[in-house]
Design a protein around this ligand. Structure first.
Ligand code: NAI
Length: 327
């Protein structure tokens, strides 16, 4: 049987933590033949650590055959020791009356410390997914704080936007989600993201031609996908958790095990592709093989798309400029 891998999850006692840990432990993320050891990080606050103990009791009670070990931590330096995968979910959400600069600053502190800890103690091949918002900028901070690790191993979660776009397109066309290929989401995980179905096909047929409605694209589809998080908060009273956990499982699963040629979206550091400045943590369409992703290159960018890409890029650059002095 396979050698166990170590998976770190931060914010492990939170909502997304509760929706993801059981799926990681059951093998849905890394395969039904891959034993895992969970390294669970929560803030050093008694209530959070106690809640984490409760989650661990439930994990134990599932008696998952693939879960060969787990530990609770309150310090990233111990939590990230030798980890092969790190899901950075815990972050500081915007509180009532909190200024944007303050939000960026508290998160910069968290992700600087976690990036440094990964740099110091994680496996040299650690694959990192940042879910905690602002996800792209937090991933950028962690990457910048870990100079000894490969830049390409730091990623941000755009997969929820990608999946939301797929299901909106399936509904609109009356086709199955599973049959949609070549979806792309560009940019920041925020309402400015650009979900781009110009290349998408269903059984070889162009989705754009099937829909043939630019007004729907600009005024219904993009706002629906962009504001979906807010719509869920309005309906549920709390933010999306199960769908976010599901997207994180998809992201890591596909990165580790490959996409068989299918396009997925990952937030990854640019190397200048599509004119996005180097190191910008940007959503791109990618394919994955053997634990490595490759950007889908050479796609034509029309005027409308360029405008959308410029807008989300501008927002990301402002976020990154806002934390530059903290790095
Ligand atoms: P939550 O508030 O239920 O849980 C967050 C947990 O993280 C808390 O238990 C907290 O104690 C912990 N935490 C905070 N700082 C930490 C630190 N420095 N180290 C370790 N743990 C820490 O929040 P929820 O619903 O689980 O969401 C987590 C994050 O994911 C939020 O920032 C949310 O905005 C973001 N999110 C991102 C999505 C995406 O598509 N990228 C989608 C949905 C949510």
């Amino acid at each position: 049987s396979k050698k166990p891998v170590r998976v770190a999850v931060t914010g492990a006692a939170g909502q997304i933590g509760y929706a993801i840990l059981f799926r990681i432990a059951s093998g849905e993320m890394l395969g039904k033949d891959q034993p895992v050891m969970l390294s669970l990080l929560e803030v050093p606050v008694e209530k959070a650590q106690q809640a984490l103990q409760g989650v661990m009791m439930e994990l134990q009670d599932c008696a998952f055959p693939l879960l060969v070990g787990m530990q609770a931590h309150s310090d990233p330096m111990t939590a990230f020791k030798d980890v092969d995968y790190a899901l950075l979910i815990g972050s500081r959400p915007r509180g009532p009356g909190m200024e944007r600069a303050e939000l960026l600053a508290v998160n910069a502190e968290i992700f600087t410390a976690q990036g440094k800890a990964l740099n110091a103690v994680a496996s040299r091949d650690v694959r990192v997914l940042v879910v905690g918002n602002p996800a792209n900028t937090n991933a950028y901070i962690a990457m910048k704080s870990a100079p000894d690790l490969p830049r390409k191993n730091f990623t941000a979660m755009l997969r929820l936007d990608h999946n939301r776009a797929l299901s909106q397109l399936a509904t609109k066309t009356g086709k199955a989600v599973a049959d949609i290929e070549k979806m792309a989401v560009w940019g920041n995980h925020s309402p400015t993201m650009y979900a781009d179905y110009r290349f998408a096909t269903i059984n070889g047929e162009s989705v754009k031609d099937m829909i043939n409605d630019q007004d729907w694209n600009a005024n219904t589809f993009l706002p629906t996908v962009g504001k979906r998080g807010a719509a869920i908060i309005a309906a549920r009273g709390v933010s999306s958790a199960a769908s976010a956990a599901n997207a994180a499982i998809d992201h890591m699963h596909d990165w580790a095990l490959g996409t068989n040629g299918k396009w997925v979206t990952m937030g990854i550091p640019s190397n200048g592709e599509y004119g996005i400045p180097k190191d910008t943590m940007f959503g791109f369409p990618v394919t994955c093989v053997n634990g490595e992703y490759t950007i889908v290159e050479g796609l034509p960018i029309d005027a409308f798309s360029q405008e959308c890409i410029n807008k989300t890029l501008k927002e990301l650059q402002e976020e990154q400029a806002g934390v530059a002095h903290l790095l």
